[in-house]
Design a binder for this molecule. Structure first.
Ligand SMILES: C[S@@+](CC[C@H](N)C(=O)[O-])C[C@H]1O[C@@H](n2cnc3c(N)ncnc32)[C@H](O)[C@@H]1O
Length: 489
């Protein structure tokens, strides 16, 4: 073979996928006769399973690696196991469903260990706890948003005019259809199917996003895990009947409402039904809400706390796991003098972690989150649980810390749960300035976690006590890690 180079758009054949790296990308190494290229790192996007053999297209050529995309699978991985009910698995939010769950856990655990290589140079006795599996694996999602739409493909001779499922990935105008959705439970699936079957019989058209016309738009189903309550939201275009005056609007709307309300007899877990009179041209389902059946919120219970969930509420999508995560954080927290402690819950979102500490021990908790709409949920839920020792601050953590420190305020325990992208570089030095005995860092991104831990170890006398990986989203590449840091005396 000639000693040739590899360029953008070239096809590289027969590459064995080795392992997962950050951001859901896969890692492999090139085998090539040219010694300059042999062993070169390849990052792979697209669906893969470790140890499968794939053909790749080069998207970008960098000095030390290639960025590539899978174009086909030459040989299946020996660990692949076809999930019995597995629609469109290669392109959806359950891409790993054909990887046996024990293997998923091993891949994730290895990823965390590898991301800590740099840290091992700074602290050689890292204590990794075993990865915590999700209590539920196949049907953990408490919320699902379906879209109505068509799937017309003249090329493939497909004409489906009434679909209710998810968008085809990469082709926004097409909605695929399947009589089952992964990651939600049987009862959510049954309700989804009953509604789809009935809506089809009404002869009302599905909405066309490009033309901004026609009727049915979205179906949202939320279901609590611990209390078994369901909410349904139907989003539709309210002006459809104005342009289609031959149709009897009152009759059609009455039929829809009657069917929805009567469904609660068959499924008494349905406690709340909303319409969204949706005039928004963007593809969102919340707009001009109308409660058409019973309760405005459903209530989830985690660690003895109640959380009211409205259609707009933020809430962790895997409730069973959320409870596990929060109880592990509670377990890791040092209990000495906790009842006297002032705790900062940074990047608090709906303040759930803060509320759990406020309920169980802390003297006072301050939860900080920049998204204003989340604060409405905070306040309501704190009142619901009669918690008077928690404050919610709607601000950026970096700004909040500056002001808090300038005012000589103190803290005894920090809980940090930053977004996937990063923690603002201003925030880190401020976090260290409190000198708290313990910091608990919760992370959904091993790369930024490693970078921040490196900063902390290099710039303070904290050391890592424990690292606990957790699997919140089975069948996806996402992984969560809790790290406890203790200040050396
Ligand atoms: C991983 S989530 C936190 C989850 C939360 N601790 C819980 O247990 O539900 C990260 C949160 O940080 C918020 N956020 C992102 N950047 C921020 C900033 N600079 N200051 C404050 N909050 C921020 C996001 O809006 C998001 O709610």
């Amino acid at each position: 073979m000639k000693q040739v180079g590899i360029n953008k758009n070239d096809i590289i054949e027969n590459i064995e996928v080795e392992k997962l790296v950050f951001g859901g990308q896969w890692f492999a190494r090139l085998k090539h006769e040219n010694p300059d290229l042999d062993g070169r790192v390849i990052f792979i996007t697209g669906w893969a399973i470790p140890w499968s053999i794939v053909n790749l297209r080069v998207l970008k050529k960098r000095s030390a690696f290639f960025e590539t995309q899978i174009i086909d699978i030459v040989k299946k991985s020996p660990i692949e196991k076809i999930h019995p009910n597995n629609p469109y698995w290669e392109s959806w939010g359950w891409k790993w469903i054909n990887i046996p769950y024990e293997e998923q856990l091993k891949i994730k655990e290895n990823q965390i260990k590898e991301s800590m290589h740099l840290i091992e140079k700074l602290q050689n006795d890292l204590h990794f706890l075993p990865i915590e599996a999700s209590p539920i694996i196949d049907w953990y999602r408490n919320k699902v948003e379906f879209s109505f739409g068509k799937y017309i493909s003249h090329k493939n001779n497909i004409e489906q005019n009434f679909n209710l499922w998810f968008h085809k990935q990469g082709e926004f105008s097409k909605i695929q259809d399947y009589d089952w959705a992964p990651l939600i439970d049987d009862i959510q699936n049954q309700v989804y199917m009953e509604l789809k079957k009935y809506f089809k019989t009404l002869w009302l058209p599905v909405y066309d996003q490009m033309r901004n016309e026609w009727f049915f738009r979205h179906l949202l189903i939320r279901k609590t895990y611990f209390t078994n309550e369901m909410m349904i939201l139907l989003s539709f275009n309210p002006v459809y009947f104005e342009t289609n005056t031959k149709l009897n609007k009152e009759e059609k709307m009455w039929l829809i409402k009657d069917f929805l309300v009567n469904l609660t007899i068959k499924y008494p877990i349905i406690k709340s039904i909303y319409y969204s009179h949706n005039l928004n041209k963007a593809d969102t389902y919340i707009w001009d809400l109308e409660l058409i059946y019973w309760k405005p919120t459903i209530t989830e219970k985690l660690l003895d706390l109640n959380f009211n969930i409205s259609p707009t509420s933020f809430f962790q999508t895997n409730s069973s796991w959320a409870e596990k995560l929060y109880s592990l954080i509670l377990d890791l927290a040092k209990k000495e003098n906790l009842s006297k402690q002032i705790i900062l819950d940074l990047y608090g979102w709906t303040g759930t972690i803060g509320m759990i500490f406020a309920k169980h021990w802390a003297k006072k908790v301050t939860s900080v989150e920049m998204v204003t709409s989340a604060s409405l949920d905070w306040k309501e839920n704190a009142e619901l649980n009669a918690l008077h020792n928690i404050d919610f601050v709607n601000a950026k953590v970096e700004d909040f810390l500056d002001d808090y420190i300038k005012a000589w305020n103190k803290a005894d325990l920090l809980i940090i749960d930053p977004p996937r992208a990063w923690m603002h570089p201003w925030a880190l030095p401020n976090i260290l300035s409190f000198g708290t005995k313990q910091i608990i860092y919760v992370s959904c991104n091993p790369a930024t976690l490693a970078r921040d831990l490196q900063f902390i170890l290099q710039n303070s006398n904290y050391e890592i006590e424990k690292i606990k990986p957790m699997d919140m989203f089975p069948h996806t590449h996402h992984i969560e890690t809790i790290v406890s840091l203790i200040k050396k005396d």
